[in-house]
Every structure is written in C-alpha cells, then in structure tokens.
Design a binder for this molecule. Structure first.
Ligand code: AMP
Length: 211
C-alpha cells in the first residue's frame, strides 16, 4: 500500500507518519527530512536548497524529484508512507511515472486540515535538540528544563524556517500549490480529509479508521 500524508506545514504529517509507520510496519519517507539532509551538505546544491528552505519557499520540482526518485524506486514492493511529496502538479506527474516504473500506484491520500492560527502556533513553538533531534514545543510539550533536552541535556534550537516570518510565507506558498494537488486527488476519489486540529491520539484514531 502507498499512502500519502498531505497538509500544510505544521499539520502533523511527521507525527502521524511516524506513528503509522510503526503500527503498520510501513516505510516512512519525508521529503522535508530528506531535503533538509541534503541542505546540510556544504556544497553548491546544499547551499541552493538551504536558501529556498530558509526563505519559506518550495524547492524547484526538478531538484526535489531528482532527490526523491531513487529512494522510492528502492522501496518497490514495500508499503510506504510519503510525507510532503507531491506538492505540485509537476510532482504529481513525476510521482505517477516513478510509481508506474515499479508497477505501483497511490492507494490513499490523507489530508490533515488544520486552522492557520494553529499551524503558526505549532511551528513557531517547535524546538529541536541539537544533538539527538528530539522535538519539543514551548507550550504543548515543553522540556523539563527550559531550552534543554530531557534525554541528553543538550541545547534546543529553533529551525530557521520555524521563525514567524518564514512560517507565514511558507504557509502561503504551500497553500497555493497544495490546493491544486488536493483537488486532483479528490477528483480521483482517493483523498480523505481529517480534522487535524484535534489531539494527536484522536487524529491517529481517525486515520486508522480510514485505513
Ligand atoms: P517540511 O519539513 O515538510 O516542512 O519541508 C521543509 C522544506 O523542504 C519546505 O519548506 C520546502 O522548502 C522543502 N520541501 C519539502 N518537500 C518539498 C516538496 N515536495 N517540494 C518542494 N519543496 C519541498
């Protein structure tokens, strides 16, 4: 089964994706995580990508597809959850080509719908451990000691693209693109909308009911 988790930044795709991948033993593939990994490289492509991310922009389709393509192909025959890909009409076409080359298709899209004020709160409050990558939230899931990771005591930082200005831009840019992607899959009859404003466990339960 190939499942796509769709939604604006901060909708909870990562949180739900990881939970579902454990529960159903599916491989979880996050385009954002993969792209941020490439951006960490101190080379020309890394520098280019970092600029897009830190300005709240989407990385150009050709670059995204080039990075993601082989990872999907390698997972032929494996149940997959795709988080954050596709995010444009061109990426839909690219994904269809990639999947048909391994005789697969998309089976289900879960769209997590969350109010914009809530997305902003979730993203601007997110803090990450510099060492082990654990994720906290200043209000919803604060660490025991301010600014320090509960597990390893290291400093927490705020992602450059979680700063208020970038978050607002990111939401605006994604909203425009995702609208078309959502409509495309709705017309195909394989998209289910879930209220992502609810508590994590409730959202998880609703996704499971659909699966
Ligand atoms: P995310 O962690 O999903 O918020 O992704 C972080 C950043 O990576 C986004 O703001 C984009 O700049 C880039 N990105 C992730 N997935 C895509 C995609 N499918 N198309 C274009 N850019 C992407």
């Amino acid at each position: 089964m190939n499942l796509i988790l769709m939604g604006l930044p901060g909708a909870g795709k990562g949180t739900q994706g990881k939970k579902l991948s454990q529960k159903y033993k599916m491989h979880y593939l996050s385009s954002g995580k993969i792209i941020r990994g490439v951006a960490r490289h101190d080379n020309s492509i890394g520098t280019v990508i970092k600029r897009y991310i830190n300005n709240g922009k989407l990385v150009p389709d050709e670059i995204v597809t080039r990075i993601i393509k082989d990872k999907i192909i390698k997972l032929k025959g494996v149940n997959k959850i795709l988080d954050g890909f596709p995010r444009s009409k061109k990426q839909i076409q690219d994904l269809e080509k990639i999947l048909s080359s391994i005789e697969e298709e998309i089976n289900l899209i879960i769209y997590l719908k969350v109010k914009e004020e809530e997305l902003i709160k979730r993203l601007t409050g997110r803090r990450i451990c510099m060492v082990d990558g654990s994720i906290y939230h200043t209000k919803y899931d604060p660490p025991q000691k301010k600014g320090k990771c509960d597990k390893c005591g290291s400093n927490l930082y705020q992602r450059e693209d979680d700063k208020r200005k970038v978050v607002e831009k990111k939401i605006m840019v994604n909203k425009k693109k995702l609208k078309k992607v959502k409509k495309y899959y709705q017309n195909k009859g394989i998209l289910e909308i879930i209220d992502g404003n609810k508590k994590t466990e409730k959202v998880e339960q609703e996704i499971e009911n659909i699966i």
